[in-house]
Design a protein around this ligand. Structure first.
Ligand SMILES: Nc1ncnc2c1ncn2[C@@H]1O[C@H](COP(=O)(O)OP(=O)(O)OP(=O)(O)O)[C@@H](O)[C@H]1O
Ligand SMILES: [Mg+2]
Length: 299
């Protein structure tokens, strides 16, 4: 399944079965960028155990075991084809694992849909789909897959509680602006998403992901195709978000960037975790050096 299809599915799957019943209680709209108080206290929010994913005869993930610590910026590295993206896709429900378990905040979420996983606060970024390129940045934000968005769009067709809908939509709009300002792309609000540079797109993708109110964010190569000045801005935002309580698991080929910014690094090779530890431990690990020399090294 492609990123595009998943994003679309997530947008449409948010319409509640009984929208009318919930109209009386519009949801509050807390600041999305400062929400540490909402975090479930759990030292290890994400645990992957014995994860295996086969595609026909190809074993993309053989036996992945990893944990992500609350509030950390954890790096996931490894040569091309190591199984990093497959692991991400299994964690976030894009692929159903062949075997193994994913636990999030103490709950077994193995096999849940991307939308169900996102509702629990575990979110990965998705590339801006082609249809969304023809919409403005603000419209992209308004159409981001969140529970509130699906409900408010659905409710807007009901004659009941129009006022409540209006109030809620105003609050949603305010939150979208707040997020665009946080990422310093508010001046691009009325620009077509398709006209954004690679780096601006990455900021928009992250802004959209944050609207789903996650506690843990999975970023797959967030700096690919991003120019150095936007890269440092994106990195600043990620560091700010980490300080306010968000947890990140980041796949990135730029080794220096990972080593400088992550406190914990997990190295994958041939579908399993080869080693993990502090950046300095990993950098000098013989097996890691060998894995990179044996495979195609990039970045
Ligand atoms: N949908 C798929 N169908 C068949 N094989 C796949 C599929 N997705 C991944 N693979 C294979 O599984 C292996 C792991 O791929 P994966 O994309 O997870 O690696 P990766 O670590 O993300 O690599 P990269 O650094 O190049 O992004 C590769 O051999 C890849 O060709
Ligand atoms: Mg990949």
């Amino acid at each position: 399944m492609s990123d595009t299809e998943v994003d679309e599915a997530a947008v449409t799957a948010n319409v509640p079965e009984d929208a009318e019943a919930e109209v009386d209680e519009p949801e509050t709209n807390d600041s999305t960028v400062e929400r540490e108080a909402k975090h479930v206290p759990n030292a290890i929010p994400l645990k992957v155990r014995g994860l295996r994913k086969e595609f026909g005869g190809i074993v993309a993930a053989a036996d992945v075991n990893l944990s992500v610590e609350e509030g950390s910026l954890t790096g996931l590295i490894g040569p091309n084809g190591a199984g990093k993206s497959t692991t991400f896709n299994c964690i976030t429900g894009v692929h159903e694992p062949t075997a193994g378990q994913i636990h999030f905040q103490g709950e077994d979420i193995t096999g849940l849909s991307p939308n169900e996983v996102a509702e629990r606060g575990l979110v990965r970024t998705f590339q801006i789909a082609r249809e969304l390129e023809e919409m403005s940045v603000l419209e992209n934000m308004m159409l981001a897959p969140t529970n509130q968005r699906g409900e408010s769009l659905w409710r807007s067709v009901l004659p009941v509680a129009r006022e409540s809908v209006k109030q809620q939509e105003a609050a949603v709009l305010e939150r979208c602006w707040e997020m665009l300002e946080f990422f310093e792309i508010d001046h691009l609000a009325h620009e077509y998403a398709g006209n954004l540079s690679g780096g601006q797109r990455k900021l928009l993708e992250l802004a959209r992901a944050l609207l789903t109110e996650p506690s843990v964010l999975l970023l797959d190569e967030p700096f690919a195709g991003v120019n150095p000045s936007l890269e440092s801005r994106l990195l600043d935002h990620i560091n700010d978000l980490q300080e306010s309580g968000y947890t990140f698991l980041i796949v990135e080929h730029d080794m220096d960037l990972i080593m400088e910014n992550c406190e914990h690094v997990i190295v994958m090779h041939q579908g399993t975790v080869l080693t993990e530890g502090a950046p300095d431990e990993v950098r000098t690990n013989e097996a890691v050096i060998e894995a990179y020399l044996g495979g195609e090294v990039d970045g």
